[in-house]
Design a protein around this ligand. Structure first.
Ligand code: HEC
Ligand code: HEC
Ligand code: HEC
Length: 135
């Protein structure tokens, strides 16, 4: 009888200690950042593809654009929007994506930091909204 109580008490203490990282940190996990849209993006209302597709597949889209430009010298991307209206985009990371998403730091970077991705594109491609310090 006595043993049973000791075992239960021991188990309770074990569970308490074992789960303490969870309840100590409860509610403190970082929230997923909401990407902030630039004035230009807000005015445009839509992206190249629907938002969900962009969130999931923008890397594949950019990859396709790069291959099209670099391998096939084809620079124009034509797509119908949700209303069936044909839209043309210059397939360019700096001149299209960043011309509309003019706030790379609050938009692209914030989300990438959260997801721990570090696209190496900026080794070569420039953010046209950032003026290089003149030498
Ligand atoms: C080593 C340098 C380098 C790196 C790193 C690089 N690129 Fe490029 N990229 C180029 C060059 C050079 C071109 C050809 C430019 C042209 O013809 O307009 C190009 C063209 C492109 C184009 C089409 C043209 C344009 O204006 O954007 C896209 C899209 C593109 N790259 C996307 C990417 C993405 C996405 C990444 C990162 C995942 C990346 N690139 C990393 C050098 C680089
Ligand atoms: C003409 C303006 C414009 C251009 C060009 C544009 N975007 Fe967007 N983008 C938007 C808008 C507006 C939204 C939000 C759409 C919505 O809320 O339905 C958006 C949404 C997104 C999202 C999803 C954000 C989220 O909250 O999940 C990503 C990722 C994105 N864009 C990346 C890109 C990339 C990469 C390019 C270039 C290939 C690009 N955009 C070109 C205006 C643009
Ligand atoms: C809603 C969050 C979000 C936003 C906003 C966002 N990205 Fe991303 N991006 C991601 C995630 C998550 C990945 C990694 C996906 C994977 O590995 O499958 C990624 C990957 C990428 C990659 C591929 C990197 C690699 O090394 O493979 C490129 C290029 C890229 N993003 C460009 C952009 C650009 C340019 C913008 C702003 C115009 C942008 N992203 C905005 C979430 C975002």
């Amino acid at each position: 009888m006595n043993d049973k109580i000791k075992i239960i008490a021991g188990l309770a203490i074990f569970v308490l200690i074992f789960t303490c990282p969870f309840w100590i940190n409860g509610g403190k996990a970082k929230d997923v950042p909401k990407p902030v849209l630039s004035e230009k993006a807000l005015a445009a209302k839509t992206c190249v593809l629907p938002k969900d597709e962009m969130a999931k597949n923008h890397m594949q889209l950019l990859d396709g654009w790069r291959n099209s430009v670099v391998r096939n010298e084809q620079r124009v991307y034509i797509i119908k929007d949700a209303n069936g209206i044909e839209k043309e985009y210059d397939m360019s990371l700096s001149n299209t994506c960043l011309a509309c998403h003019t706030n790379k730091a609050e938009f692209c970077d914030k989300c990438h930091e959260y997801a721990s991705v570090n696209p190496y594109c900026w080794d070569c491609h420039v953010d046209p909204n950032v003026k290089e310090a003149s030498l």
